[in-house]
Structures are given as structure tokens and as C-alpha cells.
Design a protein around this ligand. Sequence first.
Ligand SMILES: Cc1cc2nc3c(=O)[nH]c(=O)nc-3n(C[C@H](O)[C@H](O)[C@H](O)COP(=O)(O)O)c2cc1C
Length: 319
Amino acid sequence: MMDWTDRHCRFFHRQLTRRALLYTEMVVADAVIHGARERLLGFDDAEHPVALQLGGSDPAKLAEAARIGEAFGYDEINLNVGCPSDRVQSGTFGACLMKTPALVAECVGAMKASVTIPVTVKCRIGVDDQDPEPALDALADGVLAAGANALWVHARKAWLEGLSPKENREIPPLDYPRVHRLKARKPDEFIGINGGIQSLAEASAHLSHVDGVMLGRAAYHTPGILTGVDAAFYGEAAAAFDYPALIDAMAGYAARHIERGGRLGHITRHMVGLFHGLPGARRFRQILSTDANKPGAGPQVLKSAFAAIDLAAAEAEAA
Ligand SMILES: Cc1cc2nc3c(=O)[nH]c(=O)nc-3n(C[C@H](O)[C@H](O)[C@H](O)COP(=O)(O)O)c2cc1C
């Protein structure tokens, strides 16, 4: 998610779940090819498994960007066919590609030919006045025939005119049954669902219909829910989450980032929702939103914020 799932966010989320696949922000293929690669693509080894999401519509450029992503060590390349923002539309990226499924299939084919890691696609159920029945089928048929290893579907349309990107994540109605029907039609392919899923219980219910569930805003705003993922979905033993170890890991990571010239706030801005709903959460959020952004703030600020949390309550909640 652009401006949210940067490397610091992903490192943090990786402390909460060892197994869930994490996604980068969308990076446009041209930027990967011509831009400052280490800044755009660099990530910490601890983040694996992590997928690089690309934006673009030129098969040759996407193939080249995918190759660069694979060489950087990403575990998967994902193509964005869902983002409705104006900036992106002007470059023919994102959701407007729902109207040109043959071109998307060509992009996937070119990317598949240039890498050995999985190539996946994230799309909408349709755009504008498209009928989601044929529109999603056409997109899915094309990319899966071209070798896409998974199709993730944000279960609502995008309206390319008149709605902001934020409204396009809220106003077009969710249509989960449309995605479930796609899976029923494609039983042998990996079909994942996304959009409006708030909890692990909701995610679990979708897994009777589809192969995977992608959480966006719920994971970001209430990251504590990720502590239950490995036990709920990956067969790992359920255990009380070790919050002090988490804070130590994040403080160590922050110290390394600050040493390299970074700021504490780059990291802690992703952590404000960690203790959402628990005693002390407000104070934790306040400290991270103020003190952590002051010049010279060090990892100790994170530890002071954590001291505001009633840990027994947090652990009881997680159990
Ligand atoms: C701030 C923000 C940035 C996003 N950036 C991207 C992006 O770069 N690529 C993408 O495929 N989706 C992006 N999305 C959409 C989410 O991936 C997701 O499809 C959408 O929020 C619906 O899922 P959710 O209800 O679980 O959040 C973004 C969403 C938000 C809130």
C-alpha cells in the first residue's frame, strides 16, 4: 500500500507474523528501471517472504523491472491492475487495465518469461460500467492462461472518474460472491480475495471459498491482529505473543536505522495502532505521534511508550 507498506512497516509486520506474505508499495516499472534502486527496492532479509508490486502496462518494461526485482531477492512479483488514482491512470497503470485484458495477459507472459519466481496479479472485479461477470472472467482467463501463479481480487469495482482513490476503496459496493464464483469456475488456480475484511475470523470464513485472503487497512491500523495469523492459518502452535521481545527487536532495528541517518518516526509511525483497544494504548499512540518525531529521538522513546501499556491485559487479549 503506497506510503504505508514501506520497508519499515514490513519489518514491523514480520515481527508479528513469521509466515504471512507481505507486499511492497506499488513501484512503477519505469522507476525500477531508471530510478534509485536501492532506495526504491532495498529491504531487510528478515522481511521474507515479500512480494514486489509493480505498476505499468508495457510488457518489455515490466519484464525488465520484474527481472531486477528478482535479482534484488523478492519472492514474488505482483502486477497492479487495481489502483484507480489519476496519476496512475495517466501512465496507463492500475485499474484502467481491466479494460484491456489481452494487454495484461501479454504483460504477465513477458514477466513470466523473465523470472523464475511466481508472478501474480491484483485486480478489481471491474471498472466503470463494466459488467463484473464477463470483465473479471476475461481478466482472469487471460492472465491465468499467460501463466500467472495467483490472482488476487479486490472485490469491488473502481470508478475511474469522479471518485478519489480513498472513495474507490469505500464507495463501490463489495461483492464477495463474485470472487467466490470466480474460484468455483477456476478450481485449479489460486484465487485470493481482498477488500473490507476486518478480522481473522472473517478471513477464515472466506477460505471456504477461495485460496487466500489479503488484509490491507485492518492489518495496518490494527497490526496486533497479525499476531494470530501463524496459529490460525499456518498450523503453528498458539503461544502468548512476546511483546517485550517485539519492542526490543523494533528498538534494535530503529537504532540501526538512526545510525544510517534515518529517523525514529519513520519506523514508529507504523506502530501507533499496535495496542489498539488496550489499556495504555492512547498514551502509547500519543508518545509515538509526538516524542518519536522530535529531532534526535532514539529507540528509548519506543521503550517509554511501551511502558505505558498494561502488558497483562495485552497478553490476555492475544491469548
Ligand atoms: C494508503 C493505501 C495505499 C494503497 N496502495 C496500494 C498499492 O500500492 N497497490 C495496491 O494493489 N493496492 C493498494 N491499496 C489498496 C489495498 O491494497 C486494498 O486493496 C484495499 O485497501 C482494500 O482492502 P482492505 O479493505 O483490506 O484495506 C492501498 C490502500 C491504501 C489504504
